[in-house]
Design a protein around this ligand. Structure first.
Ligand code: MCA
Ligand code: AMP
Length: 504
């Protein structure tokens, strides 16, 4: 069987771009976006509840002014800037401005607690932070007093723009913090070229065009909302309605008011399927799911209730989007589809791990040459840590993960972080963290705890102990007290045996 898979033109026909802009000629995200913004300057592009619609021309002007302010604050090409705030036009302006100036954006989840932020600050070594959480300003002042901290509302005063350095496709644009297959969170260095390739492949595959309007209810600190939703919108010359948080009603309201696209994690689709308005989803021309497996059952329920065949795709922070069900062909429930244009994909001959190459694959982990070397095989293929198989039609099906990762509501939880925090509780002798399958959340973070002698810790106590250490979405939802953890000869906990132990 041929284990290598290249995109087949029949699966992803090149769509006609009504504006016929040659985006491939551009080396950086802002340069490609500027091409769009040079025409139809009064075209509405982004909406949020506070600002209303802003046009292409507004975005071009406001991001230029904001870049001037960042420059005026002493920031220069290559400096890291933490950006963390609820989804809004102001946030997008700040993001675009930072990229225009050649800064390296470090998006961070606003739910992070002090210890999680401290790790990223120490690792990314930022010069500035644009944040909207008051306690973060305090934490940052304590953690790194030299970091300039401001709100993301940057373009209030008019200002002269600096002359910007020319950016090239190899220049880093973003550090996406992720644990990779193991270890502590590290910054995946995504270049302008990686991010352009990532957005361009889905623009083609999903026939994303300037008439589209995306309902963007995903957070803008993860690659799904940022690298796919936002960057794809700007690259396509399309528009987006920015929602600061997800609710089925807000998504369906936008759908009834003319939006055409929705991208969500499976938990969002579960909640949409439970809404008595679910049939209104059919007003959208395309619904895309990803970040975690969409069950075949949910896929079928949405088709029955709303006549929508959700298009499932697969990606990673390090690679952006890799594989997608076809826009025009069969969207197979339980599969993630075919490699996207430009992506080369094969399965490891022994382990069936999914290995990928392409212009979308990141440049390495920030200041971690060893972790970078481990992430690639000797021929330069990136190891995803996911296990796959091809079905008879050549659709990729993900069978599981070789890496330690729990995905809850599309949010990644690295067991190590939670295990270390649990072990620091006096009533905990030892701990392991796994995911228990759950219809709404995909997986529920589950703590397997060996209590200290004579103790029987309660879930609430352990969750309170994690307050201030781990963001709430990482807190265990289930607790199992066990006499011991099954370990192999090397002392590694054999997590699969926990779930087979019948203790659930
Ligand atoms: C919120 N909570 C969670 C989660 N989200 N707990 C577990 N898992 C979660 N994902 C907690 C909150 O801390 C709070 O707890 C309580 O649940 C609030 O519940 P609720 O209001 O129902 O949550 P929500 O605010 O509605 O959030 C659910 C959500 C959200 C909308 C599904 O988690 C979300 O936006 N997920 C998307 C994440 C994402 O963008 N992933 C893409 C990664 P407490 O009261 O105790 O504080 S990028 C990626 O994976 C690659 C590139 C890819 O392929 O896309
Ligand atoms: P992240 O490290 O946050 O980028 O998460 C990437 C991981 O999410 C992938 O390696 C997969 O394990 C998982 N993932 C993304 N999309 C899907 C999908 N459609 N089905 C199953 N898992 C997915």
């Amino acid at each position: 069987m041929n284990r290598a898979r290249r995109a087949d033109a029949a699966h992803f026909p090149v769509g006609v771009d009504p504006e016929s802009v040659d985006l491939t000629a551009e080396a950086s995200l802002p340069a490609a976006w500027a091409k769009r913004w040079a025409s139809q300057t009064s075209k509405p592009t982004l909406w949020d509840a506070e600002t209303g619609w802003v046009t292409r021309g507004d975005l071009a002007r406001r991001s230029r002014v904001a870049a001037g302010r960042l420059y005026g604050a002493g920031l220069r090409k290559g400096d890291r800037i933490i950006i963390s705030a609820g989804a809004s036009v102001d946030l997008v302006v700040a993001h675009v401005a930072a990229l225009r100036l050649g800064l390296i954006v470090v998006p961070v989840n606003g739910a992070y607690q002090r210890a999680e932020l401290a790790h990223i600050v120490a690792d990314a070594d930022p010069r500035a932070a644009l944040v909207d959480q008051p306690e973060w300003a305090r934490w940052l002042a304590e953690l790194a007093p030299e970091v300039t901290v401001a709100s993301p509302r940057l373009d209030i005063d008019d200002n002269d723009a600096p002359s910007l350095d020319q950016l090239s496709s190899g220049d880093p644009a973003l550090l996406g913090y992720t644990s990779g297959t193991t270890g502590a969170p590290k910054g995946a260095v995504l270049t302008h070229g990686n991010l352009l390739a990532g957005a361009e492949s889905v623009r083609i595959a999903w026939r994303w065009n300037p008439d589209d309007c995306l309902v963007l209810a995903l957070p803008l600190f993860h690659m799904h909302g940022l690298g796919v939703g936002l960057h794809g919108t700007l690259l396509s010359g399309a528009s987006a309605v920015l929602l600061d948080g997800f609710s089925p009603d807000a998504v369906l309201d936008a759908a009834t008011r003319g939006a055409t696209l929705f991208f969500g994690v499976p938990t969002m689709y579960t909640r949409l399927a439970q809404s008595d308005r679910v049939a209104e989803l059919s007003r959208l021309r395309l619904c895309v799911a990803g970040s975690a497996p969409l069950s075949a059952d949910l896929h079928r329920r949405l088709e029955e209730a709303a006549g929508v065949r959700v298009l499932e795709r697969y990606g990673m922070t390090e690679t952006l989007m890799l594989v997608s069900n076809p826009h025009d062909g069969e969207r197979r429930a339980g599969t993630v589809g075919y490699p996207l244009p430009g992506v080369e994909l094969r399965l490891d001959s022994e382990s069936d791990e999914v290995l990928v190459r392409g212009p979308n694959v990141f440049a390495g982990y920030w200041r971690r040459p060893e972790a970078t070397a481990e992430a690639f095989d000797e021929r330069g293929w990136f190891r995803t840590g996911d296990l796959g198989e091809f079905d008879e039609r050549g659709h990729l099906r993900l069978r599981g993960r070789a890496k330690e990762l729990v995905i809850s509501g599309g949010m990644n939880v690295y067991p190590r972080e939670v295990e270390d925090a649990l072990r620091s509780h006096p009533d905990v002798e030892d701990a392991a963290v796994t995911g228990t399958p759950d219809e709404e959340w995909g997986e529920l973070v589950t703590a397997w705890v060996v209590p200290s002698a004579g103790q029987s810790p309660q879930l609430d106590d352990l969750r309170s102990h994690l307050d201030g250490v781990c963001a709430h979405f990482k807190h265990p939802r289930l607790l199992r007290l066990v006499d011991e953890l099954p370990r192999n000869a090397l002392g590694k906990v054999q997590k699969h045996l926990l779930h087979q132990s019948g203790l659930e």
